[in-house]
Structure formats: C-alpha cells, structure tokens
Design a protein around this ligand. Structure first.
Ligand code: FBP
Length: 295
C-alpha cells in the first residue's frame, strides 16, 4: 500500500512514447518530439481554461468584460498556441484546425512529415459555466519525398498514425492511441507532467448509460427513436439505462470509454450528413470514396 500511495517510478507520457518507439529501431524519434509539442499545447490550454472563470471575475490583464469576448478569446488563444507549438516542432507540414477556414502549410524549411488535424477547444458552449471541454487531434504522415497536399489530410480516420484527446475536466486527462490500444495519462499539476494512470483502456462490454441530445428527437429516424425508447422502457425485463449528456464530445466520449454504454451524435432530418462542419461535404465524400476504392 505504501508503495501505491507514494509512487516513485512514474511513467510519464514522454517516457511511454519513447519506450514504444524503441520497439522500432528505424524510428527517428520524430513522433516523440511532435507529441511533446502537442502536450505543451494541452498544458497551456489546461492552465488557461482553469484560469478563465477567475480572469473574468477579477479582470486579469488582457481580459475584458464584454459578453462573449472571453469565450471567443479562449478558442482563439488555444488555436494560436497549438499552431505555434506544432509549427515550432519542426516535424509538421500541414495543420488543419477547426478554428481556421484554411489549412496551414508549414514553410518548406521548417517542415516535417506529419500532418495534424485538430480542434483546439471543443465544446465552447460549456466554457462559461466551467463544464468540461477538450482538445481533439489526429495525426497523418506524408510519404517520404512527396510534396504535401490537402489530399494528405482528407483521408479516412483509419489511415491515421495516432489520435487522441485532452479533457479539461475535474482533472486534466490526455488519452492517446498510436494504433494498438488506448492509454490515458493524467496531468499531475505539481509536476506539470502527464502520468500514465489508465493503461490499456477498454470499453466495458456492458454499460448502463445512453448519451444523446434528446432535444433533437423530433428529427430522428424511426430506428433511432425506437432504440432510445428501449433504453428507457426495456422490453426484456432489464433495468432502464441512465441518461448522461454533457454536450462536450470529449467528455461524453471519455465517460463512455471508462463507464461503457453508448454515445450518439446522429445524422438527423435537419442534418442528413451529420454535423460535419465543412462547406463542401460532397467534396470530402468524393475524396473519401476515392481513397476507399484504391485500397
Ligand atoms: P462547439 O465546440 O461549437 O460548442 O460544438 C461542439 C460540440 O460541443 C461537441 O463537443 C458536442 O458533442 C456537440 O457540440 C453537442 O452538440 P449539441 O448541442 O447539438 O448536442
């Protein structure tokens, strides 16, 4: 017990990724460097999010009281931090952020092989009331010697090298997958390090929770409405499920991974393609289908 209470052998996220990399002798260590820069972005956003309420109350330098101003600022600030951290890693070539209309192409002299797609601060409607929000990221790689183009990032998720999220909740957690397994790291604020606290996360086989914005039920299709009805009024004698919906995807996904159950974010009559925020959904679909056919 005492060993548990005072752990001295800490598996930091850097150590974890370096360990993983050592299994591949040809690896150049580029991925650990990239990840370190992502981790820096997450730590910055975590600190900014934690200070946000206080900043508003006591008017920290640079904050204004104009309504909505600070929320926008936190989004914009987080985006700037991530873009700068990723560019300065020297390991990226294309950055696609939910905050920006256009992709950022890194100057050829500072380029690496990785493309990062990300939402620096998702769930912005939850900022002002201090509810969990998060950063989401995915990483693709361009082939050696190949000039990076937008097609390198308009690819199916299964072509990603790694993906993860950081949740700014009652604790700050970074969850990462590099393709085999999912591992969770909690930020120890006194050390400023993400420590492996949730190794090999596996979603429980059975869960007692369903998570959906039921306010949209009027637009659901028949099978969805029927499924959710069954969650509430089971016909097989099992007990009804509990409803949990934060409205921050990272928090809802994170809880689902740890506690099990189902998270739904549906295409419905109002948004038949789902809520994909892209001007030309058809273009994405065409690129996606072309990629699928190639394989
Ligand atoms: P914003 O970041 O623009 O607020 O939207 C993203 C998001 O908050 C997701 O994280 C979440 O899953 C979803 O919107 C909730 O949407 P809705 O309110 O339609 O259920």
């Amino acid at each position: 017990h005492s060993a548990d209470a005072h752990r001295t052998d800490l598996m930091t996220i850097t150590r974890f990724v370096l360990n993983e990399q050592s299994k591949y002798p040809e690896s150049l260590g580029d991925f650990s460097i990239l990840l370190n820069h992502i981790v820096l972005g997450c730590k910055f956003v975590c600190s900014a999010v934690n200070k946000a309420g206080l900043a508003k109350l006591i008017g920290l330098a640079g904050e204004t009281n104009v309504q909505g101003e600070e929320q926008k600022k936190l989004d914009v600030l987080s985006n700037e931090v991530f873009i700068k951290a990723l560019v300065s890693s020297g390991r990226t070539c294309i950055l696609v952020s939910e905050e920006d209309d256009e992709a950022t192409f890194v100057e050829p002299s500072g380029r690496g092989r990785y493309c990062v797609v990300f939402d620096p601060l998702d769930g912005s409607s939850n900022i002002d009331c201090g509810v969990s929000i998060g950063t989401i990221f995915g990483i693709y790689m361009v082939k050696d010697g190949h000039e990076p183009t937008l097609n390198d990032v308009l690819q199916p998720g299964k072509n990603m090298l790694a993906a993860g999220y950081c949740m700014y909740g009652s604790s700050c957690m970074l969850v990462l997958s590099t393709g085999s397994g999912v591992n969770g790291f909690s930020l120890d604020p006194s050390l400023g390090e993400f420590i492996l606290t949730h190794p090999e996360i596996k979603i429980p086989k059975k869960g007692k929770i369903y998570s959906v914005n039921e306010g949209n039920a009027i637009n659901w299709d028949g099978p969805t409405a029927k499924y959710v009805e069954k969650c509430k009024f089971p016909e097989d004698g099992s007990s009804a499920k509990s409803l949990r919906y934060v409205g921050s995807m990272v928090a809802d996904v994170h809880r689902t991974l740890l506690y099990g159950g189902i998270f739904l974010y549906l295409a419905d009559k109002k948004s038949p393609n789902g809520k994909l925020r892209y001007d030309d959904v058809e273009e994405i679909k065409a690129l996606y289908n072309a990629e699928e056919k190639k394989e």
